[in-house]
Design a protein around this ligand. Structure first.
Ligand code: ZN
Length: 335
């Protein structure tokens, strides 16, 4: 009974303690809410400030420390040229100079995209894939000339062709071949980047011929390595792809083709097919070029007497498959 007796004085004191505890809780709660509100306000202000700074940088056209002295972005300037080339795919086209394709967007990209007038240099173009379209309207003659060049086969190019258009053999080594980059006017009238692998003996001549064809706006539809077609001649020809090197025998024979040595060039093959007559029947290759086997007809992209391409190749000492007697190979020029 003694333990259950409670004095009135004691009860008043404990009520006071309870009230003060509740008050403390309220103060703590209020303080926490106030602190959180202050923190959120701080974060909001910080983010707003950052946005303002970013906008100011974009308006000024640069982000400090992200450009080199030539006004080129560091990312583009240090890009591995072959990375892009090795990604070359058939028919890949972009409507504009899109050197950032495949990259994660960065602050530098955002800046570049609002600066379409920024001049494009050699290294950026070198990083583009064959087949891509170039807007050359603002290019100097020097820059255009520099885009016709020859290289020894890089690691990346070798990887593209080994066990494809190139296989181990005793007739031609990788060291004897050259990788050419050129420009050509496509059937769309645009400037495209073209690529060829040729024998080093004809590298300079092919560069000069391609340069002249480009200057005279001679249309060549496609010019990517035949490896984009699994080194399959029929696939490449039927896609009207212009090509040179492919280590292979002459179709239907065990004799090595001049293409196997990088010494034969096929231009716009679909419109200039290989035609063989046998017992009154015509064998046409590629098969989808059959409509262009009759050379008495007139049609665009036909290589015939007076054609600029034919004139140039003859000037440089090539023979034309269209002048052969047994078969006709209108796309074919060889040395
Ligand atoms: Zn050929």
């Amino acid at each position: 009974m003694k333990g259950r007796r409670v004095s009135p004085k004691k009860t008043a004191a404990s009520r006071k303690t309870a009230a003060s505890k509740v008050l403390k809780k309220y103060i703590l709660c209020f303080g926490t809410v106030l602190f959180c509100a202050a923190a959120m306000l701080g974060i909001w202000q910080f983010r707003r400030q950052a946005q303002v700074e970013e906008t100011e940088n974009q308006e000024a056209g640069k982000i400090p420390g992200e450009q080199d002295g030539n006004g080129k972005t560091k990312e583009a300037a240090s890009g591995n040229p072959e990375e892009k080339s090795s990604n070359s795919s058939v028919g890949q086209k972009t409507g504009h100079l899109d050197i950032k394709e495949g990259h994660q967007p960065t602050a530098v990209d955002a800046v570049s995209s609002i600066e379409p007038q920024q001049p494009v240099g050699f290294s950026e173009i070198q990083a583009m894939a064959a087949g891509d379209i170039l807007d050359v309207s603002a290019f100097s003659e020097e820059l255009l000339d520099s885009l016709f060049y020859s290289e020894v086969l890089s690691e990346q190019v070798q990887q593209r062709i080994i066990n494809s258009s190139y296989r181990e053999n005793e007739n031609i080594s990788l060291e004897e071949l050259r990788y050419l980059r050129v420009l050509h006017i496509g059937f769309d009238g645009e400037t495209h980047i073209g690529e060829l692998i040729v024998n080093q003996e004809i590298a300079e001549d092919i560069l000069e011929i391609m340069s002249e064809l480009y200057k005279q706006e001679y249309p060549i539809e496609k010019m990517v390595l035949i490896d984009a077609y699994g080194a399959d001649d029929e696939s490449s020809m039927s896609d009207n792809n212009t090509s040179v090197f492919n280590y292979r025998e002459i179709a239907g024979s065990s004799k090595l083709s001049r293409h196997a040595l990088g010494l034969a060039v096929d231009i716009n093959p679909k419109y200039n097919p290989y035609v063989k007559e046998k017992n009154g029947e015509f064998l046409v290759s590629p098969a989808n070029g059959a409509a262009y086997a009759d050379r008495s007809q007139e049609f665009p992209h036909k290589i015939a007497e007076g054609d600029l391409c034919l004139r140039l190749f003859l000037e440089y000492g090539f023979t034309w498959g269209g002048s052969w007697n047994s078969v006709k190979d209108y796309q074919h020029f060889e040395r």
